[in-house]
Design a protein around this ligand. Structure first.
Ligand code: NAP
Length: 279
């Protein structure tokens, strides 16, 4: 599994990680086994959130006895992101995850609490050793500029944003901004949530052809494409050990310039939308 620095001066984190949204809705044994298999195969980045129902307890079960192997990320809901609310939300997540610290804690999306409040709470959590770093999610460049002015240089570890073959909006401005400021870009819903390109579509056929040429699966090609720049990591969600293993293998797949050009043509980036797309 390829690893990359998580933002400026962060630790090495697997380029392909593990999402957990809806992981509590399927078979729990299979979900726990999937996350463990993922860890066995080097996918040490596990992403969860207080919003994801019972996902945090599922993660707790999966990482029991293996906490030190994991780069563990959770998120505070905007409705909880006041100075005090952020601290208590983090403490609840730590309890549900049965751990004493998060490696990164994110503001899930921008809400109505001033960024100053949330950043002050993040700083307090860092000082208390409850989180190692913090970042944001679903932030466009204007939000990022405001955040940078509040927090100062070198503080924002990551921006977690929607990115998949059919939704490449972040390539216009968000990725360049993050690269300029040493902020890791974490691609969420890298398979389009439930919208992975069908092989019956023309674009899906092109994807399949590249996969066949590499002896890989189309999803592995998609993950390799999304993480082709050193600043970008992806966090697919898998509910079975087989899917986790399939995704982990993408960490070894390197696409040629020709493959990238073919994918660029099959799944065009499109014009820059007004707002940042999000799920
Ligand atoms: P996703 O990862 O794009 O797709 C998940 C779907 O792909 C599931 O149906 C899963 O099925 C299937 N799948 C996974 N690996 C597969 C494989 N190798 N072969 C066939 N099918 C496979 O969707 P997502 O869960 O929306 O996004 C990933 C993670 O990003 C989330 O879990 C969450 O942690 C994060 N996220 C963050 C935000 C945010 O606002 N910050 C928003 C959305 C998502 P099985 O479950 O059956 O394996």
């Amino acid at each position: 599994m390829r690893k990359q620095k998580f933002g400026n001066g962060g630790p090495d984190v697997s380029v392909i990680g593990q999402g957990t949204w809806y992981i509590d809705r399927g078979d729990r044994k299979s979900a726990v086994a999937a996350l463990r298999r993922g860890l066995d195969l080097g996918m040490n980045h596990i992403d969860t959130a207080e919003m994801y129902g019972d996902a945090e307890p599922v993660v707790a079960e999966a990482i029991a006895g293996r906490r030190d192997e994991v780069f563990l990320v959770s998120k505070v809901l905007p409705s909880n992101a006041s100075r005090r609310g952020t601290i208590t939300a983090c403490e609840r997540s730590l309890a549900r995850l049965k751990t004493d610290r998060l490696d990164c804690y994110l503001l899930h999306w921008r809400g109505s609490y001033p960024l100053q409040e949330t950043v002050a709470a993040f700083d307090e959590l860092v000082a208390a050793g409850k989180i190692r770093s913090w970042g944001v999610s679903n932030f466009d460049t204007d939000d990022l500029n405001e955040l940078l002015a509040v927090a100062g240089k070198g503080k924002i570890a990551c921006n977690q944003v929607l990115y998949h073959l059919q939704e490449r909006a972040i390539e216009h401005a968000v990725i360049p901004w993050c690269e300029q400021h040493g902020v890791a870009v974490v691609a969420y819903s890298p398979f389009g949530h439930n919208e992975f390109p069908s092989t019956r579509s023309k674009a899906g056929e092109a994807l399949q052809a590249i996969a066949d040429a590499h002896g890989a699966s189309p999803r592995q090609v998609a993950l390799a494409f999304l993480s082709r720049r050193p600043s970008v990591l992806a966090i697919p969600k898998a509910g079975t050990p087989e899917h986790a293993a399939d995704n982990a293998a993408a960490g070894q797949l390197v696409l040629s310039e020709g493959d990238i050009a073919a994918l660029d043509k099959a799944f065009p980036r499109g014009p820059k939308p007004r707002g940042l797309p999000m799920l």
